[in-house]
Design a protein around this ligand. Structure first.
Ligand code: SAM
Length: 327
């Protein structure tokens, strides 16, 4: 009952913002800014028998200090599920890790990156700087849940907005092939949010596919199929089938352009990710796309070019979207 009353008092603007609510025996003492009038009290549930207005002292609320205040600077960190990630080489890494554990309630592990994203499976090496010794967590994004193990498979929360943008381009009933699906964040969001859509999600990393299968189950989907395979091999079985092909392997998707074009049906859209220099954001990528289309005996038209995020000094992660058309 106290919760209902509290909510109504908040809505009416009566709660004192700096005083702390407290409990005394079976009573809850709610600090108000002034004495509510009889009319105001009358609208509260069970006002007569449950509410008494008294004068009493309250403790002030303790304000949580900000990380910036505690550390004296603004730390760089990312969060996936209940894991925070910082650069292990940062000279202040130990302080930052301690402050994150102490002042961020939702953080239970702080990992330090000891390698860049590397290798075919785009994973990185970590060291536990604070908290529980694990690299596995559950991350929530756009209403979907993902089991993620940062040591086994790629995942970046920074791509959340980009994933939503692409998913919003998929129409009900469409067929999507995600050639570099990781733990499934594009595929699962499509499976969950686009009515009648079906998705084939390919990844070569057995660790990523194992997590993706868990995630399909976790999100109760029967329209997303995880396939452990090389994108080149998988493409051969999916020729001219997809309304959308997602190629989210920016470091080397150029080498797979033929596959993406092969998998798209006539009129299908390829979402191609690349890493480019600021002086040549889209030009070289487009030349490669046109060459690949010519090799595959098809033609393409531009749907859109965009910067997704900055990647390194002068370098950007870009997305180029093109429609594949039969001659
Ligand atoms: N799309 C996912 C996401 O948003 O989290 C994962 C992207 S990650 C940058 C690229 C993925 O491509 C990795 O999971 C990696 O294992 C996979 N990969 C790399 N080479 C591959 C290949 N030849 N065939 C299939 N998957 C591949």
């Amino acid at each position: 009952m106290a919760e209902d009353i509290l909510r109504l008092l908040i809505r009416a603007g009566h709660i004192h913002p700096e005083a702390k609510i407290r409990r005394e025996d079976e009573h809850i003492l709610i600090p108000v800014t002034g004495k509510p009038g009889p009319d105001e009290l009358a609208v509260l549930p069970g006002a007569d028998e449950n509410i008494t207005v008294i004068e009493t002292e309250f403790e002030p609320k303790r304000k949580k200090p900000s990380l910036e205040k505690i550390l004296g600077f603004s730390p760089n960190f990312d969060v996936i599920g209940d894991i925070a990630m910082i650069d292990a080489d940062d000279p202040d890494a130990t302080h930052i890790a301690k402050a994150l554990m102490e002042y961020r309630k939702n953080i239970n592990v702080v990992l330090g990156t000891v390698s860049p994203v590397e290798g075919e499976f785009r994973t990185r090496q970590w060291v536990v700087l604070a908290g529980e010794h694990r690299t596995r967590t559950m991350h929530k994004e756009h209403g979907c849940r993902y089991n993620v193990d940062l040591a086994d498979a790629y995942f970046s929360a920074r791509l959340g907005t980009e994933r939503k943008r692409v998913v919003d381009m998929v129409n009900p009933g469409e067929y999507v092939v995600d050639l570099f699906a990781g733990v499934g964040p594009f595929s699962i969001l499509i499976g969950k949010s686009v009515p009648g859509a079906s998705v084939v999600a390919v990844d070569k990393n057995p660790g990523a596919v194992k997590l993706m299968r868990e995630n399909i189950h976790l999100n109760r989907l029967d329209n997303v199929t995880a396939v452990e395979d090389d994108a080149r091999h998988a493409a051969g079985n999916l020729e001219h089938s997809a309304d959308h092909v997602i190629m989210n392997l920016p470091q080397s998707a150029r080498e797979f352009l033929d596959c993406g074009i092969l998998v798209a049906k006539s009129g299908g859209v390829v979402h191609f990710y690349d890493i480019t220099h600021e002086d040549d954001l889209y030009g070289t990528s487009w030349e490669l796309i046109l060459e690949a289309a010519a090799r595959m005996g098809r033609t393409v038209e531009c749907v859109g070019n965009r910067i997704v995020r900055s990647y390194a000094p002068y370098q950007y992660n870009v997305c180029i979207e093109f429609r594949v058309i039969e001659y």
